[in-house]
Design a protein around this ligand. Structure first.
Ligand SMILES: *Cc1c(COP(=O)(O)O)cnc(C)c1O
Length: 483
């Protein structure tokens, strides 16, 4: 019988676009992959992309662009000041968020820098659902303290809660009452939570946080870098959003916030970022820092071509067919992984599939970086690179001890419209083999460890010689010519 229903179901996403430009990929033999990760200090950030088969490090700046985006780049107006391109971008940002004021910045963390410089003073406490690496570091660099108020469910690797990124309103109020509203520069909400599986936030939660902020006179700042996926989850799983268009949902979110910032590298498949605001006085306060740190007010460190691409990309993010592809591919990938007993974060979130390294490698303690070891092992066995999102991604405590992460994850990011179902099937096969042979994998230790954001540039080495044993087992199973 014809199976008409399975398409557009969880395990069979249907692309509402076609491929017109391709990039040749290269799958190195396993011995060369081992050498490459050795040279990269067992840090997937330090691998050369020419040595990578499937680049699942991040979706930041790596989503496939549309024909309309590439076309728009050709009409960029290259002016330092007052270029037509900037005003097209500004209009698109206003249309997307429904807020009047826009400040350009070169990427998401630049917005975090500007906001932290403007608002955070030593000892200030910033309540948030969950931290992100760069947001936390910018706050801490300004003397601020991050306090996480996510719902308890958010800490569970596996749950049925559709909005695990929600803030716990009682925790938020308790924090405000404890530290005093005058010591809180702003409340930050990340939609959705990057470090704990790309888990979304519900619209009613945004509204509740806004009510608390109004009650205490606090600024409400939303990090919208991953908003595209969050909009999808709201549309599909939040009953209050069912009858709203994506644009209506986006404007409702904006109606609750004072300031929204975003990484356009993620949100719009372009490369840049920006801050949107409702209030002219706040806009004026932050705006003076833009020419100092980013560039003039009508480009903010972005090239005019990228600004054109972002303008079109934001318009396209309002189209359900364009934003559904990411989460639907991730869900298909996750369903296949689950069928093979590979431990993954559930519900499947945005950004990518998140392997649960704490369960995958339950014999490796946090201080030996199980997620870092798993990311290295995944590269050796598959040629795909993911990203460690665990204890390595947390900097040390002041006393020098490691700060064990709430979750030890390996994120296999799926940049939108880039990979095919065959790529994902290939990955599931490799992951299944790796899971069967997980006891062969050991931990990592630092060789070179930067003080801040150590996961970007740190170099490590295996504890013992497990990488060799793993490769030998692969060759014993599949032959020395197997890729
Ligand atoms: C990526 C990201 C940022 C930083 O954006 P960049 O453009 O990479 O600087 C901030 N917040 C969240 C939630 C992100 O995912």
């Amino acid at each position: 019988m014809a199976n008409i229903a399975r398409f557009k179901s969880k395990s069979f996403p249907l692309e509402m676009h076609k491929t017109r430009v391709i990039q040749k990929l290269n799958l190195l033999p396993i011995e060369e992959r081992l050498q490459a990760i050795e040279e990269a200090g067992y840090n997937t950030f330090l691998l050369k992309n020419s040595k990578v088969f499937l680049d699942m490090l991040t979706d930041s700046g790596t989503n496939a662009m549309s024909d309309r985006q590439i076309g728009a780049m050709l009409i960029a107006d290259d002016a330092y000041a007052g270029g037509a391109t900037f005003y097209r971008l500004e209009q698109s940002v206003q249309n997307f968020f429904g807020m009047p004021y826009f400040l350009p910045a070169h990427q998401g963390r630049a917005c975090e820098h500007l906001l932290s410089k403007t608002f955070v003073k030593p000892g200030g406490v910033i309540p948030m659902n969950y931290h992100f690496t760069t947001s936390k570091t910018h706050i801490v660099q300004c003397g601020g303290i991050v306090e996480e108020c996510i719902i308890d469910e958010g800490y569970k690797v596996n749950s049925d809660h559709r909005f695990k990124g929600n803030m716990d309103i009682d925790k938020l109020e308790a924090c405000i009452n404890r530290v005093g509203k005058d010591n809180i520069p702003f409340v930050r909400l990340e939609m959705g939570t990057n470090l704990i599986g790309g888990q979304p936030v519900s619209l009613s939660n945004v509204e509740s946080i806004s009510k608390v902020c109004k009650k205490y006179g606090l600024l409400f700042v939303i990090d919208a870098s991953l908003l595209n996926d969050n909009l999808y989850f709201m549309k599909v799983y939040d009953p209050t959003c069912k009858h709203l268009s994506i644009k209506e949902i986006s404007h409702k979110i904006s109606s609750f916030a004072d300031i929204i910032y975003f990484s356009a590298r993620k949100l719009s498949s372009g490369r840049g970022g920006g801050i949107v605001l409702k209030d002219k006085a706040l806009y004026d306060q932050i705006k003076v820092l833009v020419p100092l740190y980013e560039g003039f007010l009508t480009y903010g460190g972005m090239s005019s071509r990228e600004m054109e691409a972002i303008a079109v990309g934001l318009d396209e993010t309002l189209d359900f067919d364009m934003i559904s592809q990411g989460p639907e591919f991730i869900a298909a990938f996750g369903e296949m992984a689950k069928e093979n007993n590979i431990p993954v974060v559930t519900p499947f979130g945005g950004l990518g599939l998140h392997l649960d390294a704490r369960s995958f490698l339950d014999h490796i303690p946090s201080e030996q970086y199980p997620a870092g070891a798993l990311a290295a092992a995944v590269y050796i066995i598959s040629g795909a690179r993911g990203m460690e999102r665990g204890t390595l991604s947390e900097d040390r405590n002041e006393d020098g001890s490691d700060n064990p992460a709430d979750m030890e994850l390996v994120r296999l990011a799926l940049p939108r419209r880039v990979f095919t179902l065959s790529h994902l099937t290939y990955m599931v096969d490799r992951l299944a083999w790796l899971y069967e042979n997980r006891r062969l994998i050991g931990g990592l230790q630092f060789v070179e460890e930067p003080k801040i954001l150590r996961f970007f540039l740190g170099r490590l080495k295996p504890i013992g010689n497990w990488q060799r044993t793993l490769v030998d087992k692969f060759i014993a199973d599949f032959g020395k010519d197997a890729l």
